[in-house]
Design a protein around this ligand. Sequence first.
Ligand code: SAM
Ligand code: SF4
Length: 337
Amino acid sequence: MQSIPIKNVGDARLIDAFQRTYYYLRLSITDQCNFRCNYCLPNGYQPEANQPHFLTLSEITRVAQAFANMGTEKIRLTGGEPTLRKDFLAIAEQITQIEGIRQVALTTNGYRMAKDVKAWKDSGISSINVSVDSLDPKMFHQITGINKFDEVMRGIEQAFEVGYQKVKVNSVLMKQLNDSEFNRFLTWVKNRPIQMRFIELMQTGEMNSFFQRHHLSGKVLADKLLAEGWELQQNSLTDGPAKVFKHPDYMGEIGLIMPYEKNFCASCNRLRVSAKGKLHLCLFGEEGIELRDLLQSDEQQLLLQARIFTALQGKREHHYLHQGDSGIRNHLASIGG
Ligand code: SAM
Ligand code: SF4
């Protein structure tokens, strides 16, 4: 692994051994969630005894600053449910003010969106991804464990009202649950500026038979889209591993996130930091690198950057799902999806 002389750290950019550049950080600010999505936290959030607290506002600011110093331009706030944090707006405001950070995005389950989206916009959040696993309130309740479909839909309308030009909607399509809604989702985005993103169900350490029963290959969806006249777009820098499709008759777009596809990792443009301060180089199969001890004072910034850079040089070329590595060790609520 290449390590970096400390005097050169100030110039180091986030480029790995395979020449991939990382300008995008997914920053989890809490593991806590008030939903119980059956593929993520089926028993709800369970706080672990004697676990460290989530990163504080100052720790979050320092980690964001270090990534910005190394060329990161976009930070996504995620979780758990990030908007559950009482200091959520303060976090967003701090991060949007960091020099070099041009976009601060949010991934949310949308439960507070109708009420708070104006404040999110005012705090500088530039784009929103909201999860909607079903357009049928009963199925939404069945999947998420919570009866908030109407509130989430109102939140999306409200986001347009307060000036967001486009909203991204995430949905995990699963066999025998919501997969029959594929066409309904397409119709929904026909006249709405929504990028509908279908995320292929990923197997986590906490599910096995669930995955076998409900996993639906994204390839099946890609074939359907192509057969119906949707065209695959050239990836833009911000798409990352999503494959984006457009259709002349539709205002909305479709994004497919297919982690089990070959080459998924070639366009990887993201790093993750967990709510307890670990750097994750990949969603799959690694334990994370501790950063928290270097988030305690501003004087540690160069050491922090050196640790991040050195760790990045150990990032693998691709995940090993195809060679029998079963996938993510934990549920995605702990590293933000
Ligand atoms: N609570 C927020 C939300 O649901 O949007 C943010 C965190 S959540 C972990 C981020 C994304 O990960 C969501 O869109 C969710 O659908 C997705 N996700 C969680 N577990 C997943 C799994 N096992 N497979 C695929 N996507 C998953
Ligand atoms: Fe919560 Fe998001 Fe996980 Fe659903 S997917 S349980 S909303 S963290």
